[in-house]
Ligand binder design. Sequence first.
Ligand SMILES: [Zn+2]
Length: 311
Amino acid sequence: MNAQSPFPETDQSKGLAITNGMSVDVEDWFQVGAFENVIARDDWDSIRLRVEDNVVRILDMFAETGVSATFFTLGWVAERHPALIRRIAEAGHEIASHGYDHARVFTFDRKGFAEDVKLARSILEDASGQRVAGYRAPSFSIDQRTPWAFIELAEQGYAYSSSVAPVAHDHYGWREAPRFAFHPLADSNLVEIPVTTATLGQKRLAAGGGGFFRVLPYTFSRWAIRQVNQRDGRPAVFYFHPWEIDADQPRVPNAPMRSKLRHYTNLDRMEGKLRGLLHEFQWGRMDALARHEAKRTVPFDEVVRGEELAA
Ligand SMILES: [Zn+2]
């Protein structure tokens, strides 16, 4: 374990034998929703990319801790770094889709979404030499506004999606959705694996990573993942971004204060925190988790009827 890490090497959770899903959403620092109004899409090609160096650090970290993971990657990034995509795949990780250029699903109509998903997939499959079976919507943007999204993913032959945040949040969220794997369509085997939430009384708390993991104390994430593994008996789904371990990334001075607070807090501590998480719990690829969870999955309407919804 990294000498800088404040977390003791307790492996007690591994005794649970639940393999959680580890995922990286591969996009660069300027492609996030928080900066969409201050960095124009047309300017992307004039910005020096940092994503490759950060992904290489992540690959090293996964190799050191023996973790296999899923890299939900933008087609836009794969177009510019095909060798990196191949390297990720050859290290035993899964390459899955994060769409072409991070446009959120609810900004498309069905036809536009179909084209985006198709384009990203062909770029990712060419670069990786692997079939792409998984999809994660940018900013978890599949929700009640996009009933055609799952139909389209099923028609394009995807095995699973991990595109729903079953929680109320200011940027995203579909709080009526089930907390655990479900079949969104009656006539398809497509599985949706929502990002992890913990519960506190009637409330659902986002606990699957991203800014929450970086900003809140590590003990919150440990509590949440243990709750999901031990009380619920289910795997957790965790995600983070390459830019979250990049403390030296350029600062965007004219971004909204709240976006800046979220984006820049604790970047320098992220890697140590992640190493603690990788050591403490057992992690694997999302395609394996989806296959496993599919066996216990029930249709969406059954889950919604049977489960008390968040307040
Ligand atoms: Zn993203």
